[in-house]
Design a protein around this ligand. Structure first.
Ligand SMILES: [Zn+2]
Length: 126
């Protein structure tokens, strides 16, 4: 195997947990509308996630998730595979929370500015 793929000896469950932690989960329901992916693969802006205003005013907000810096991984000096898995999960959750908070903030600012803070059409149904 190539040195590029020199992974620690982890169980299948640990690898699965790590892969799940690395995949950015989609935003949870709330004021965040269903995302769109406006650019195809190999496009300069591929990976852009677009959130259109649910009030059909034509406004949208674009996010470039891959441009985010990964947070620091914090684990003991002699970490076990479980410590590493936990550190990766914690960092992924922090990135997800920051992403969600940022998108919600931008949407709320737009709703306040353009729609008098009017809630999204599906708000209150949950
Ligand atoms: Zn709008």
């Amino acid at each position: 195997m190539s040195a590029c793929f020199d992974f620690p000896d982890l169980s299948a469950a640990e690898v699965e947990t790590m892969l799940r932690a690395r995949a950015a989960p989609p935003p949870e329901p709330g004021i965040i509308p269903r995302p769109e992916y406006p650019y195809p693969l190999r496009h300069l802006l591929a990976g852009t996630v677009r959130y259109r205003c649910p009030h059909d005013c034509g406004w949208w907000h674009d996010e470039l998730p891959d441009m985010e810096q990964p947070g620091p991984l914090v684990f003991p000096a002699d970490p076990t595979p479980a410590d590493i898995t936990q550190a990766i999960t914690t960092a992924a959750n922090a990135r997800h929370d920051a992403y969600r908070a940022r998108v919600e903030c931008v949407l709320t600012e737009h709703f306040d500015a353009a729609h008098e803070g009017r809630p999204t059409p599906n708000e209150g149904e949950r």
